[in-house]
Design a protein around this ligand. Structure first.
Ligand code: BTN
Length: 264
Protein backbone atom coordinates (compact mmCIF):
# COMPACT_ATOMS: atom_id res chain seq x y z
CA UNK A 1 0.00 0.00 0.00
CA UNK A 2 1.43 3.36 -1.03
CA UNK A 3 1.49 6.49 1.15
CA UNK A 4 -1.55 8.75 0.60
CA UNK A 5 -0.96 11.26 -2.25
CA UNK A 6 -1.90 14.16 0.04
CA UNK A 7 0.77 13.14 2.51
CA UNK A 8 3.46 12.97 -0.17
CA UNK A 9 2.44 16.39 -1.48
CA UNK A 10 2.51 17.95 1.97
CA UNK A 11 5.93 16.44 2.67
CA UNK A 12 7.45 17.69 -0.56
CA UNK A 13 5.73 21.09 -0.59
CA UNK A 14 5.63 21.66 3.18
CA UNK A 15 8.27 22.79 5.67
CA UNK A 16 10.29 19.53 5.68
CA UNK A 17 13.53 19.49 3.67
CA UNK A 18 12.25 16.69 1.42
CA UNK A 19 12.61 17.71 -2.24
CA UNK A 20 11.15 14.52 -3.77
CA UNK A 21 9.75 11.21 -2.63
CA UNK A 22 9.80 8.02 -4.73
CA UNK A 23 7.53 5.12 -3.79
CA UNK A 24 8.16 1.54 -4.95
CA UNK A 25 6.04 -1.53 -4.42
CA UNK A 26 9.16 -3.73 -4.43
CA UNK A 27 12.87 -2.99 -4.85
CA UNK A 28 16.14 -4.76 -4.23
CA UNK A 29 17.14 -2.26 -1.55
CA UNK A 30 16.12 1.36 -1.09
CA UNK A 31 19.73 2.11 -0.13
CA UNK A 32 20.95 0.69 -3.45
CA UNK A 33 18.50 2.93 -5.37
CA UNK A 34 19.47 5.90 -3.23
CA UNK A 35 23.19 5.31 -3.84
CA UNK A 36 22.48 5.46 -7.60
CA UNK A 37 20.36 8.56 -7.15
CA UNK A 38 23.14 10.24 -5.16
CA UNK A 39 25.64 9.46 -7.94
CA UNK A 40 23.21 11.00 -10.47
CA UNK A 41 23.31 14.20 -8.44
CA UNK A 42 19.75 14.42 -7.03
CA UNK A 43 19.26 17.31 -4.60
CA UNK A 44 18.85 16.72 -0.86
CA UNK A 45 16.69 15.50 0.82
CA UNK A 46 15.68 12.89 -1.76
CA UNK A 47 13.54 10.15 -0.23
CA UNK A 48 13.03 6.60 -1.56
CA UNK A 49 10.47 4.31 0.08
CA UNK A 50 9.41 0.74 -0.60
CA UNK A 51 6.81 -1.70 0.64
CA UNK A 52 9.21 -4.62 0.30
CA UNK A 53 12.91 -5.21 -0.34
CA UNK A 54 14.33 -8.38 -1.88
CA UNK A 55 17.89 -7.74 -0.67
CA UNK A 56 17.56 -5.22 2.13
CA UNK A 57 20.96 -4.32 3.53
CA UNK A 58 21.87 -4.15 7.20
CA UNK A 59 24.98 -3.01 9.04
CA UNK A 60 28.13 -5.12 9.10
CA UNK A 61 27.22 -6.96 5.90
CA UNK A 62 23.95 -8.38 7.27
CA UNK A 63 20.61 -8.48 5.47
CA UNK A 64 17.49 -6.63 6.57
CA UNK A 65 14.19 -8.46 6.23
CA UNK A 66 10.65 -7.23 6.74
CA UNK A 67 7.29 -8.71 5.73
CA UNK A 68 5.56 -6.72 2.97
CA UNK A 69 3.47 -3.77 4.09
CA UNK A 70 4.47 -3.91 7.74
CA UNK A 71 7.42 -1.55 8.00
CA UNK A 72 8.93 1.75 7.02
CA UNK A 73 11.74 1.03 4.56
CA UNK A 74 13.24 4.35 3.67
CA UNK A 75 16.45 5.87 2.31
CA UNK A 76 17.36 9.54 2.27
CA UNK A 77 19.99 11.16 0.07
CA UNK A 78 21.59 14.10 1.88
CA UNK A 79 24.43 16.45 1.03
CA UNK A 80 25.81 17.63 4.37
CA UNK A 81 28.05 20.68 4.51
CA UNK A 82 29.62 19.86 7.88
CA UNK A 83 33.36 19.27 8.31
CA UNK A 84 34.39 15.67 7.47
CA UNK A 85 35.23 15.14 11.14
CA UNK A 86 31.56 15.68 12.05
CA UNK A 87 30.16 13.18 9.50
CA UNK A 88 30.33 10.17 11.88
CA UNK A 89 27.66 11.94 13.94
CA UNK A 90 25.05 11.57 11.18
CA UNK A 91 23.93 8.03 12.22
CA UNK A 92 23.57 9.14 15.84
CA UNK A 93 21.63 12.25 14.81
CA UNK A 94 19.29 10.13 12.67
CA UNK A 95 18.77 7.69 15.53
CA UNK A 96 17.72 10.53 17.81
CA UNK A 97 15.33 11.94 15.17
CA UNK A 98 13.81 8.48 14.69
CA UNK A 99 13.30 8.03 18.41
CA UNK A 100 11.66 11.45 18.72
CA UNK A 101 9.35 10.67 15.79
CA UNK A 102 8.36 7.22 17.08
CA UNK A 103 7.94 8.00 20.78
CA UNK A 104 4.44 9.58 20.58
CA UNK A 105 3.19 6.38 18.88
CA UNK A 106 4.42 4.23 21.79
CA UNK A 107 2.50 5.29 24.91
CA UNK A 108 3.37 3.30 28.01
CA UNK A 109 6.37 1.67 26.31
CA UNK A 110 10.05 2.28 26.88
CA UNK A 111 11.89 3.68 23.88
CA UNK A 112 15.67 4.17 23.76
CA UNK A 113 18.78 4.03 21.59
CA UNK A 114 21.48 1.40 21.62
CA UNK A 115 24.75 2.98 20.51
CA UNK A 116 25.23 3.99 17.79
CA UNK A 117 21.76 4.03 16.29
CA UNK A 118 19.53 1.02 16.99
CA UNK A 119 16.05 1.98 18.17
CA UNK A 120 15.06 -0.19 21.13
CA UNK A 121 11.42 -0.52 22.07
CA UNK A 122 10.65 -2.48 25.23
CA UNK A 123 14.38 -3.33 25.17
CA UNK A 124 14.29 -5.03 21.76
CA UNK A 125 15.38 -3.76 18.37
CA UNK A 126 12.55 -2.11 16.43
CA UNK A 127 14.65 -0.18 13.90
CA UNK A 128 18.09 -0.06 12.37
CA UNK A 129 19.95 2.61 10.43
CA UNK A 130 22.60 2.10 7.76
CA UNK A 131 24.49 5.18 6.55
CA UNK A 132 26.55 4.82 3.37
CA UNK A 133 28.66 7.39 1.51
CA UNK A 134 28.55 6.84 -2.27
CA UNK A 135 30.39 9.94 -3.46
CA UNK A 136 32.13 12.82 -1.78
CA UNK A 137 29.66 15.31 -0.40
CA UNK A 138 26.72 12.91 -0.26
CA UNK A 139 25.39 10.33 2.17
CA UNK A 140 22.58 7.81 2.02
CA UNK A 141 20.70 7.19 5.26
CA UNK A 142 18.77 3.91 5.24
CA UNK A 143 16.13 3.42 7.91
CA UNK A 144 14.20 0.21 8.55
CA UNK A 145 11.46 0.50 11.18
CA UNK A 146 9.30 -2.49 12.15
CA UNK A 147 5.85 -0.98 12.56
CA UNK A 148 3.24 -3.71 12.53
CA UNK A 149 4.45 -7.26 12.51
CA UNK A 150 2.37 -9.67 14.49
CA UNK A 151 4.03 -12.79 15.81
CA UNK A 152 2.41 -14.94 13.10
CA UNK A 153 3.95 -12.86 10.32
CA UNK A 154 7.47 -13.06 11.65
CA UNK A 155 9.63 -14.98 9.17
CA UNK A 156 11.90 -17.65 10.64
CA UNK A 157 14.92 -15.77 9.39
CA UNK A 158 14.25 -12.58 11.34
CA UNK A 159 16.85 -11.98 13.93
CA UNK A 160 16.08 -12.91 17.51
CA UNK A 161 15.52 -9.92 19.69
CA UNK A 162 13.63 -7.89 17.08
CA UNK A 163 10.21 -6.44 17.73
CA UNK A 164 7.68 -4.25 15.95
CA UNK A 165 5.99 -1.22 17.48
CA UNK A 166 2.59 -2.98 17.38
CA UNK A 167 4.00 -5.96 19.26
CA UNK A 168 5.52 -3.73 21.94
CA UNK A 169 2.38 -1.72 22.75
CA UNK A 170 0.20 -2.59 25.71
CA UNK A 171 -2.72 -4.88 24.72
CA UNK A 172 -5.78 -3.17 23.26
CA UNK A 173 -3.97 -0.28 21.60
CA UNK A 174 -4.22 -0.06 17.79
CA UNK A 175 -1.08 -0.52 15.70
CA UNK A 176 0.69 2.77 14.95
CA UNK A 177 0.11 4.31 11.53
CA UNK A 178 3.30 4.05 9.48
CA UNK A 179 2.46 7.10 7.37
CA UNK A 180 1.94 9.25 10.44
CA UNK A 181 5.33 8.08 11.70
CA UNK A 182 6.88 8.82 8.29
CA UNK A 183 5.54 12.40 8.35
CA UNK A 184 6.79 12.88 11.92
CA UNK A 185 10.18 11.41 11.05
CA UNK A 186 10.77 13.61 8.01
CA UNK A 187 9.72 16.69 10.00
CA UNK A 188 11.89 15.93 13.03
CA UNK A 189 14.82 14.82 10.86
CA UNK A 190 14.64 18.06 8.82
CA UNK A 191 14.86 20.19 11.97
CA UNK A 192 17.60 18.14 13.58
CA UNK A 193 19.61 17.99 10.33
CA UNK A 194 19.45 21.76 9.82
CA UNK A 195 20.53 22.38 13.41
CA UNK A 196 23.34 19.83 13.03
CA UNK A 197 24.80 21.69 10.05
CA UNK A 198 24.95 24.89 12.11
CA UNK A 199 26.03 23.34 15.44
CA UNK A 200 27.27 19.79 14.83
CA UNK A 201 27.52 18.61 18.43
CA UNK A 202 24.50 20.42 19.91
CA UNK A 203 22.25 17.37 19.65
CA UNK A 204 24.63 15.13 21.56
CA UNK A 205 23.27 15.99 25.00
CA UNK A 206 19.79 14.84 23.90
CA UNK A 207 21.33 11.76 22.32
CA UNK A 208 23.20 10.83 25.51
CA UNK A 209 19.99 11.13 27.55
CA UNK A 210 18.26 8.66 25.24
CA UNK A 211 21.19 6.28 24.80
CA UNK A 212 20.41 3.29 27.02
CA UNK A 213 23.89 1.86 26.37
CA UNK A 214 25.37 4.46 28.73
CA UNK A 215 25.87 3.12 32.23
CA UNK A 216 25.58 -0.50 31.10
CA UNK A 217 28.09 -3.31 31.04
CA UNK A 218 28.71 -4.00 27.34
CA UNK A 219 30.56 -6.32 25.00
CA UNK A 220 31.71 -4.78 21.71
CA UNK A 221 32.74 -6.79 18.68
CA UNK A 222 35.18 -4.76 16.61
CA UNK A 223 36.57 -5.79 13.24
CA UNK A 224 39.87 -7.66 13.43
CA UNK A 225 40.30 -7.54 17.19
CA UNK A 226 39.18 -9.33 20.38
CA UNK A 227 35.80 -8.33 21.83
CA UNK A 228 36.00 -5.56 24.39
CA UNK A 229 34.04 -5.73 27.65
CA UNK A 230 33.48 -2.93 30.10
CA UNK A 231 31.12 -0.22 31.28
CA UNK A 232 29.89 2.30 28.71
CA UNK A 233 30.67 5.65 30.31
CA UNK A 234 30.29 8.22 27.56
CA UNK A 235 29.76 9.25 23.96
CA UNK A 236 32.42 11.66 22.70
CA UNK A 237 32.00 14.66 20.41
CA UNK A 238 33.12 12.44 17.51
CA UNK A 239 30.33 9.96 18.29
CA UNK A 240 32.70 7.32 19.70
CA UNK A 241 31.52 5.14 22.59
CA UNK A 242 33.76 5.40 25.64
CA UNK A 243 34.14 2.13 27.54
CA UNK A 244 35.92 1.68 30.90
CA UNK A 245 37.45 -1.75 31.40
CA UNK A 246 37.89 -2.93 35.02
CA UNK A 247 40.91 -1.23 36.52
CA UNK A 248 42.12 0.28 33.28
CA UNK A 249 41.78 3.35 31.14
CA UNK A 250 38.83 4.32 28.99
CA UNK A 251 38.83 2.82 25.47
CA UNK A 252 37.17 4.79 22.66
CA UNK A 253 35.23 2.78 20.05
CA UNK A 254 34.40 4.47 16.76
CA UNK A 255 32.58 1.40 15.40
CA UNK A 256 31.45 -2.02 16.51
CA UNK A 257 28.50 -4.26 17.36
CA UNK A 258 27.39 -3.64 20.93
CA UNK A 259 25.73 -6.15 23.22
CA UNK A 260 24.17 -5.00 26.49
CA UNK A 261 25.21 -7.52 29.14
CA UNK A 262 22.69 -8.23 31.84
CA UNK A 263 24.44 -8.62 35.17
CA UNK A 264 22.99 -11.26 37.51
C1 BTN B 1 20.93 -2.47 10.71
O1 BTN B 1 21.48 -3.51 10.36
O2 BTN B 1 20.66 -2.26 11.89
C2 BTN B 1 20.59 -1.42 9.68
C3 BTN B 1 19.42 -1.82 8.87
C4 BTN B 1 18.98 -0.80 7.85
C5 BTN B 1 17.84 -1.31 7.01
C6 BTN B 1 17.27 -0.27 6.11
S1 BTN B 1 15.74 -0.78 5.39
C7 BTN B 1 15.77 0.58 4.31
C8 BTN B 1 17.20 0.77 3.87
N1 BTN B 1 17.50 -0.03 2.69
C9 BTN B 1 18.35 -1.01 2.95
O3 BTN B 1 18.73 -1.86 2.12
N2 BTN B 1 18.73 -0.96 4.22
C10 BTN B 1 18.13 0.14 4.92
Amino acid sequence: MSPPAGLVRSLVEGPSLVSALEWHDEVTSTNMLALDAARRGVPEVYAILADRQTVGRGRRGRTWEAPRGTSLLLSLVVRPTVRPVDLPLLPLLTGLALLEAVKPSCPGTEVGLKWPNDLLVADRKAAGILVEAPVQGAAVIGIGLNVDWRAAERPETLREGSISLAEALPPGLPAPDRWRILAALLGVFSNRYQEWQRRPVAFLEGYRQRCTTLGQQVRIQRAGTEPLEGKAVGVGEDGALEVRQDGSAVVRCAAGAVEHLRLA
